[in-house]
Design a protein around this ligand. Structure first.
Ligand code: HEM
Length: 195
């Protein structure tokens, strides 16, 4: 097994164990009622979002700043992506826990959410050397672009417009707007240099 693949597995298992462990500790201390299970689901989604934003800005930050830390961030972008998939897996584990422990709840998953998981796991699998090579660089880039865009839609548009100023939403909205601004600035600079 290559070093990359080993790092992917270690990161994935480590992040799932960390978030799962924290959620289990939390639920054991406050009581595993539905409100608290949903709280852990919201927080696991937020951790995934934080990782997602860092993945989104890694390359444009390096283009704009060219510092040691931005270069390091870019070098570690694959592992950050794997950590994102792991955090979403913890979210999925909590969904399973919620419906598994409360059979009275009706499980009617949104096809958009199910589709997102399918895309995220294809992205995860193609972060390993052999599937990545089999896919080829162009298809790989397209797939990962589509996946990042798909996640953006879910993270950026989860609520009706009248609630977007609530603090719970702003913690998604503000970092996302900053990430878009960073990407736009880097894109403008590179298109100016090209012309
Ligand atoms: C079948 C798939 C999914 C189900 C059943 C599901 C279910 C849930 C539930 C029950 C909550 C807690 C809601 C609350 O109590 O306020 C939640 C929160 C959240 N989920 Fe999922 N989820 C799914 C997939 C996803 C995916 C794919 C993403 C993102 C890519 C995502 C992002 C979020 C976010 C951002 C929150 C927090 C929303 C907030 O703070 O109001 N979920 N999810």
């Amino acid at each position: 097994m290559s070093r990359n693949d080993r790092q992917n597995i270690q990161t994935f298992v480590g992040v799932v164990a960390l978030i799962g462990g924290l959620a289990a500790l939390w639920l054991a201390s406050v009581g595993a009622n539905d409100e608290q299970i949903r709280f852990t689901m919201r927080e696991s989604a937020f951790i995934a979002f934080a990782l997602y934003v860092v993945v989104l800005v890694a390359r444009p930050l390096q283009q704009l700043l060219r510092k040691d830390w931005t270069a390091k961030l870019l070098r570690n972008r694959r592992l950050l992506g794997v950590a994102f998939a792991a955090a979403m897996t913890a979210h999925l584990g909590l969904i399973a826990y919620r419906f598994g422990t409360q059979p009275e709840l009706e499980f009617s998953p949104d096809p958009f959410g199910v589709g997102a998981y399918a895309v995220f796991y294809v992205m995860l699998i193609t972060s390993f050397d052999a599937p990545k090579k089999a896919l080829g660089p162009r298809a790989w880039k397209l797939l990962h672009r589509i996946g990042l865009l798909y996640a953006a839609v879910i993270f950026a548009v989860p609520r009706p417009l009248e609630t977007v100023t609530e603090p719970e939403y702003l913690r998604y909205g503000i970092p996302f707007a900053i990430a878009v601004l960073i990407r736009f600035t880097a894109w403008r600079r590179s298109s100016r240099q090209d012309s």
